[in-house]
Design a protein. Structure first.
Length: 408
């Protein structure tokens, strides 16, 4: 058992690997039909699959299952509350898990790219193909014990899309991806009515409007503080160090009270905006009476496909230099190009094809840099720099492969 625990944790060197294989084979021959034989066979399977260095100490559940020579059961979540039960071997990677899910669902991996994500609350982080799934589970067990986290399966990159010819299941994944972008406020509101899109989402989920039907506004529509109040001076606040003198002795208690008052004021303003959004959504929802689930899905997709960046990966970034009027922008990463958009606006400030991009990468943590032919380097601050890099690499690899497949 000790050897099994070591095998699922450490990657042996070549010399030790040769000895381990010899040792395990000897035990399978020497202790045939015994518990030692079963352990040796299980260890032989691990060695054959290829042991990789683990990033985290195995979770308690994995160690328990290893003692009984079994794979660890795990759940991979999808949109719509779907869950897929998988057996997680110590060597199972994200790439293999995605391939199994695609095969089980009958989805064509050439049409679009799917991936596994770490989801903690409303935050998604893509899992690299080579990452061991057991490592992800172990990390969450240690970083977020008892909290709501899942491994999530969804679209990562859209390669081919046609509403009328799309596979029904693929259409569901695309539809849910778009609705998720709308919910997270990653969709423009200058030429689209986000409240109408939210109403179509509710028609899809719950059918015709009824006062008895309940929903949470934040599940279908992002509500934020009004622009004219987000920078408004708060009660008892001052923008200078001298202003702290008005707090008396400047004690921590008074600073805490000030912070609490500010939070309470923001909560009241946010609740007021949520009520306004709910009323508008309900008004739109009433006009969709009689619309079937499929028709509501089609109408939402037809409306959203009008945006140039439909199907792109949208990332909130902070541009480091002053080339644009605003610094807080969107980076849209698509199959053929990338675009810089003002947040909540439908028209881009710049668009660059991959052919014009010389290089890209992260010179440091939370910073992403794109070098473009004939332009100054585009440097931005974002915690999603790894996801951006992987998505761009995925699209470039697809583009190169498609060019190679074109007959000369």
């Amino acid at each position: 058992m000790f050897l099994l625990c070591v095998l699922i944790t450490f990657s042996p060197s070549r010399k030790i690997l040769r000895y381990l294989k010899f040792h395990v084979q000897r035990n399978t021959q020497k202790y045939s039909g015994t518990e030692m034989y079963k352990s040796a066979v299980y260890a032989e399977g691990l060695l054959s699959a290829g042991i990789k260095q683990r990033e985290f100490v195995p979770s308690r559940e994995e160690l328990k299952k290893t003692m009984f020579l079994k794979d660890m059961p795990a759940t991979i979540s999808c949109y719509g509350g779907w869950n897929c039960k998988v057996a997680v071997a110590p060597t199972l990677t994200a790439r293999v898990a995605v391939a199994r899910l695609l095969s089980g669902m009958g989805l064509n991996p050439k049409h679009n790219k799917y991936a596994l994500f770490e989801r903690h609350g409303n935050t998604y982080k893509v899992i690299e193909d080579r990452t061991i799934i057991a490592d992800v589970i172990a990390k969450f067990e240690r970083k977020y014990p008892g909290e709501n986290w899942v491994i999530f399966f969804k679209l990562f990159g859209i390669v081919q899309f046609n509403i009328t010819k799309c596979d029904p299941l693929e259409l569901v994944f695309l539809y849910e991806l778009v609705c998720d972008q709308i919910r997270r406020g990653l969709f423009p509101d200058d030429k689209f009515s986000l409240t109408e899109l939210a109403a179509l989402r509710l028609q899809y989920l719950q059918g015709d409007f009824s006062p008895d039907k309940e929903y949470t506004v934040s599940d279908v529509h992002r509500v934020t503080l009004p622009a004219d109040t987000s920078n408004k001076p708060r009660k008892n606040s001052s923008g200078t160090l001298r202003g702290l003198g008005t707090l008396g002795k400047g004690t921590i208690r008074k600073l805490k009270d000030l912070y609490t008052d500010t939070e309470r004021e923001d909560e009241l303003l946010l609740a007021e905006e949520e009520d306004k959004a709910r009323n508008t959504i309900n008004d739109y929802w009433k006009t969709k009476a009689g619309l079937s689930k499929g028709a509501a899905q089609q109408e939402l997709l037809k409306l959203t496909t009008r945006w140039l960046a439909f199907g792109y990966g949208i990332f909130e970034v902070l541009i480091v230099d002053n080339r644009f009027r605003e610094q807080e922008l969107w980076l849209a990463v698509g199959r053929n190009d990338i675009g810089i958009y003002p947040r909540n606006k439908s028209l881009p400030l710049e668009v660059h094809t991959y052919d014009s991009i010389i290089s890209f990468g992260a010179p440091q943590v939370n910073v992403f840099r794109i070098t473009i032919e004939g332009h100054a380097p585009l440097e931005m601050s974002t915690p999603e720099f790894l996801d951006i890099a992987r998505l761009m690499k995925t699209y470039i690899a697809i583009m190169v492969k498609m060019k190679q497949e074109v007959p000369k």
